[in-house]
Ligand binder design. Structure first.
Ligand code: ADP
Ligand code: MG
Length: 366
């Protein structure tokens, strides 16, 4: 088991024309022993590069990688002993599923009994039907089945660090759902320190004890889902976490009046007005943060009912801005809906969105 630290790690690739491509900028991250961190961010933001640096497949341009406090920056992947699963499953083609799982024990001359026990344990954890895969050759397995065997093969060795790079993104939706439940179950049982890369927000929330949001080689924020949801550092994080995403309205504040271009204005409560600078601001609103029946008129374009929540999502527009408003299920359907922020749930950002200026008090959830 291991704690892993990235200490001011930067990575620059040299392109074919000798141009320098920055892929990671000054990343600071500590993975606690046994935790799973899900790394999420758009394509090209440096997720795979981060994994390769932890594995030892790449060496950072600057900064250090530490395992349990020891500097491993210059050491080979074999010495680090990490387990890796990538998108393209590479099973040993000449061995059945079981051979793939037990190969490690043969190479390392472990006892038959130890091997059998580990394989049985992992197979049980992998769930219904997995033992059937153990008796099959890789060529007879579907893509999803191969990937399940590849994941089991990796975990059966109990690596100190487990790295997964979008391991299930090639599977269909149903199989993805099932496989992520299996993976989560295994990670919780074995408490292997894990970095799980995905571009899917829902997968990150499900898999990660904490979530790290990346953009353009920069680690924007690391935290639990609740921390990212309720206290996002900037617009990018606020927009990335949560469905439907937070909506951003360009507003102009002048003492207690907050004006939305071309639509009209709301009056701020005095204490809130005092905390915010006058001038251009970005108002961040989540669907559940609106008060209805007062304020400005939004034009309704669609309504999605969610009976299990006794609620409905109203999508509409406030001038040029699209908004999503969560309303009680029995709200009458009308072409317009009056909306006003619940001021104790509104976020304010710098006009660029780069920094949050005012975060509402966090609800007492637990
Ligand atoms: P992600 O996994 O988030 O999609 P990557 O880590 O693969 O992103 O890539 C980050 C950036 O580094 C991208 O701009 C990519 O083009 C660049 N990059 C990745 N690997 C190399 C490489 N071997 N040589 C040059 N540039 C690379
Ligand atoms: Mg990648």
């Amino acid at each position: 088991m291991a704690q892993v630290q990235l200490d001011h790690v930067s990575m620059k690739y040299t392109g074919p024309d000798a141009s320098v491509q920055p892929a990671l900028h000054d990343v600071q991250l500590t993975l606690e022993d046994g935790e799973t961190i899900a790394i999420v961010g758009p394509s090209g933001c440096g997720k795979s590069t981060l994994l390769k640096l932890i594995a030892g497949l790449e060496t950072p341009t600057s900064g250090r990688v530490l395992y349990n406090g020891h500097d491993v920056t210059g050491t080979e992947p074999q010495q680090r002993g990490v387990g890796m699963v990538f998108q393209d499953y590479a099973l040993y083609p000449t061995m059945k599923g079981k051979g793939n799982l037990s190969y490690f024990f043969e190479v390392h001359q472990r006892t038959e009994a130890e091997m059998e026990q580990h394989v049985r344990e992992v197979s049980e954890l992998m769930g219904v039907g997995f033992d059937v895969l153990l008796g099959q050759m890789p060529t007879t397995l579907s893509g999803g089945e191969k990937q399940r065997v590849a994941i089991a093969r990796c975990i059966v060795r109990r690596p100190p660090v487990f790295l997964m790079d979008e391991p299930i993104c090639n599977l269909d939706a149903k199989l993805r759902e099932r496989t992520r439940i299996e993976m989560r179950r295994m990670l919780q049982k074995y408490r292997v320190t894990t970095v799980y890369v995905t571009h899917d927000q829902q997968e990150a929330i499900f898999m990660g004890d904490r979530i790290a949001v990346m953009r353009g080689g920069v680690l924007e924020q690391v935290g639990t889902f609740d921390e990212l949801y309720f206290t996002p550092a900037n617009r990018f994080v606020a927009e990335f976490i949560g469905t439907p995403p937070m909506v951003f309205l360009a507003v102009h504040k002048s003492s207690a009046s907050l004006n939305l271009n071309g639509v009209g204005g709301w009056t701020l409560p005095a204490d809130l007005a005092a905390q915010l600078p006058d001038g251009a601001l970005l108002l961040g609103m989540r669907a559940e943060s609106w008060a209805i029946g007062q304020g400005l008129a939004a034009h309704v374009s669609s309504i999605e009912r969610i009976p299990t929540q006794q609620a409905a999502f109203v999508s509409g527009s406030l001038g040029a801005h699209r908004v999503h408003v969560l309303v009680p299920l029995d709200t009458p359907h009308t072409a317009q809906i009056q909306v006003m922020p619940q001021w104790d749930k509104a976020y304010f950002f710098e006009p660029t969105g780069e920094r949050v200026l005012l975060t509402p008090a966090i609800p007492d959830l637990f």
